[in-house]
Design a binder for this molecule. Structure first.
Ligand SMILES: Cc1ncc(C[n+]2csc(CCOP(=O)(O)OP(=O)(O)O)c2C)c(N)n1
Ligand SMILES: [Mg+2]
Length: 590
């Protein structure tokens, strides 16, 4: 367990007035869930519902502590109560789940992924439906906090922190481990806030981490304070939160707080939870933190009238917001691509993002020219890249260069040679070997450090990078598309053509993954693992792999590698033994 934190002044226990605010916020979240689950889903006005019931008390309690001038949340689809405490309005929340005009992404997403860009005060980074995508952007924010404080002298960042909020299953993702490595090796001001409800949809936590408790397993992890507790005991959980937040704020490095919570509804509106069984469901209801909070607060800190009044006001506020949202129309399908790239008004002026970048701070970039102006002798491309980076680093104190081997070595092809010596390790630095860690950090750090357009150059490890980029592309399509003007950040992705093509080719899907692997195989770069992959998820991968095969019909890979035909008189079992592969009932390879 973490050592106790002496300086807790920034995280004092709540007063009676704060408890009233906490009760109100939780009641708002419950009223939203009630309305969606019992009215709007049956009326088909909400098509995809994600209840936070059971996660709500802990989230609101944590939200009360995120008061640092530049605190940021990297949240996920079940973070709505936290978002409400950070300033998401009830109307914004409902307009999003009801997919109405003027909502955050106007029906492009699952209705619960938001962002709250702010130039001052706590903000929320863009959320994406991809599980695990929240972690490395939160690391980026934490690292940018340090950069702004130490290099740019921004005192607002001194005691600010980043919070990465995720579920138990998300701790099995690459993003989580990538973030954990970076945050601990760099001692970043980052809190991992893990709400463990025992399931990733239907899969129990024991499948995500051995023994089912990520906090236990991380106790020996160096550089990390680990706290573990029961989220259905609100007062005890609040104490742990103060300890965790206080420690990170005080500069003691990253912390991980795991709280067990009951998930009191299905994973989403469609989920009937038959996999749990009635005894488990009943036990979860017993652990509802909302009832426990009332028992702990009334009458010790609040009167019953005060509690009931706060709940009543919350319900009324949700009802009024619903009336306003019902009057909004559906979004115009013609505008579906709005904010995918930079938007310009009719006079050609660029619509400036709400947070991050130079323009939003009033600095204009130097004017460019369409005319080439040859200077000196001809140089090769690597020299041109190096000079450009050097120029940018000189011109703009917010520019940083980071990646694998770009620091002391100066890049494997010398594209950053000498830059660390000239600009120092704070601005030109090596990273851990994690493409997700590099690209994800752009998402959170870019807008904050001040880069309007983070540039990622990825050559090897394409599949990991592509994975990350596609998830980011989803995030761009989801919560980046804020209709009130101004996306959070834009990305220019300098990628090799093949990667760019594979991204263009498709949305997330096994088909594309397989197609890309086939393409690699054709070039003799890598043996594909199509069969291993297919074995994991036979049904839909089978369909996907057929599609991939069709697409790659020009492949020189022998067809029988994918569909070994049965020899005359041979049974599927004999074929399986001969090839050591799984075969479907019809004798085809899965
Ligand atoms: C990268 C990725 N893989 C799979 C999914 C499908 N999926 C959505 S939510 C979820 C479970 C996540 O569980 P957990 O992290 O414990 O959060 P909880 O929903 O329990 O709050 C899964 C598998 C996804 N959205 N993204
Ligand atoms: Mg879970």
């Amino acid at each position: 367990m973490a050592a106790r934190v002496e300086n807790m002044s920034s995280a004092a226990p709540p007063e009676a007035a704060d408890w009233l605010a906490i009760v109100h916020q939780v009641a708002v979240s419950r009223a939203l869930d009630d309305l969606e689950e019992s009215v709007l889903v049956p009326e088909r006005k909400v098509l995809y519902q994600f209840s936070a019931r059971g996660h709500d008390v802990t989230q609101v309690l944590l939200g009360q502590l995120l008061t640092g001038a530049r605190d940021a949340l990297g949240g996920y689809y079940r973070s709505r109560p936290l978002m409400l405490t950070l300033g998401l309005t009830i109307e914004e929340a409902l307009a999003s789940s009801m997919m109405r005009v003027g909502s955050m992404s106007e029906g492009r997403d699952i209705g619960v992924v938001f962002n709250l860009p702010r130039r001052d005060g706590p903000c929320a980074l863009p959320v994406c439906g991809g599980v695990g995508t929240q972690y490395t952007p939160a690391v980026g924010w934490a690292q940018a906090l340090r950069y702004r404080e130490e290099v740019l002298g921004d005192t607002r960042c001194a005691r600010s922190i980043a919070v990465a909020h995720g579920g138990d299953a998300s701790t099995a993702t690459n993003g989580f481990w990538s973030a954990l490595n970076i945050a601990t090796t760099q001692r970043l001001p980052l809190l991992f806030f893990i709400e463990d409800n025992g399931y990733g949809i239907s899969v129990p936590t024991e499948m995500q981490t051995p023994g089912g408790n990520i906090a236990h397993n991380l106790r020996a992890f160096r550089g990390l304070s680990v706290l573990d507790g029961d989220g259905s005991d609100p007062l005890a959980a609040a104490e742990l939160m103060r300890e965790a937040v206080g420690g990170v704020r005080a500069g003691k490095g990253p912390a991980l707080l795991r709280l067990t919570v009951p998930r009191l509804s299905g994973h989403s509106g469609q989920d009937t939870q038959t996999y749990k069984g009635s005894a488990v469901i009943a036990a979860e209801r017993e652990r509802d933190p909302w009832g426990k909070l009332r028992a702990q607060l009334v009458p010790a800190s609040l009167s019953a009238e005060a509690w009931d009044g706060a709940v009543e006001r919350a319900r009324a506020a949700v009802g009024e917001a619903r009336e306003r949202v019902e009057k909004r129309s559906a979004p115009d399908p013609k505008l579906v691509r709005r904010y995918v790239f930079t938007e310009t008004s009719q006079d050609g002026a660029v619509e400036i993002q709400a947070q991050g970048g130079l323009w939003a701070d009033g600095a204009l970039p130097a004017r460019g020219s369409e005319q080439a102006s040859p200077q000196g002798p001809r140089i090769n491309l690597v020299t041109a890249v190096r000079r450009t980076l050097e120029h940018e680093l000189e011109m703009n104190a917010r520019v940083v260069v980071f990646g694998e081997d770009v620091g002391r070595k100066g890049g494997v092809h010398a594209a950053t040679l000498g830059l660390q010596e000239k600009f120092g390790v704070a601005r030109v630095f090596d990273t851990s070997l994690s493409e997700e860690g590099i690209i994800g950090r752009h998402g959170g750090g870019g807008p904050h450090a001040g880069a309007r357009d983070p540039v990622s150059q990825v050559r090897r490890s394409r599949s990991r990078a592509a994975e990350r980029l596609r998830l980011d592309a989803l995030a761009d399509g989801e919560s980046f598309c804020r209709a009130d003007g101004g996306a959070h950040s834009r990305r220019i992705l300098q990628v090799r053509r093949s990667l760019a093509q594979s991204i263009e080719r498709g949305a997330v899907g096994a088909r594309d993954r397989l197609a890309r692997r086939h393409a690699l195989e054709r070039r003799g770069r890598r043996r594909i693992a199509a069969h291993g992959f297919a074995r994991q998820r036979p049904d839909h991968i089978l369909r996907a792999s057929r599609a991939a095969r069709f697409r790659c019909s020009a492949s020189r890979v022998p067809r029988r590698r994918f569909r070994p035909a049965l020899r005359p008189g041979e049974s599927p079992a004999e074929r399986r033994r001969a090839h050591g592969r799984h075969l479907g009932r019809d004798g085809r390879s899965l």
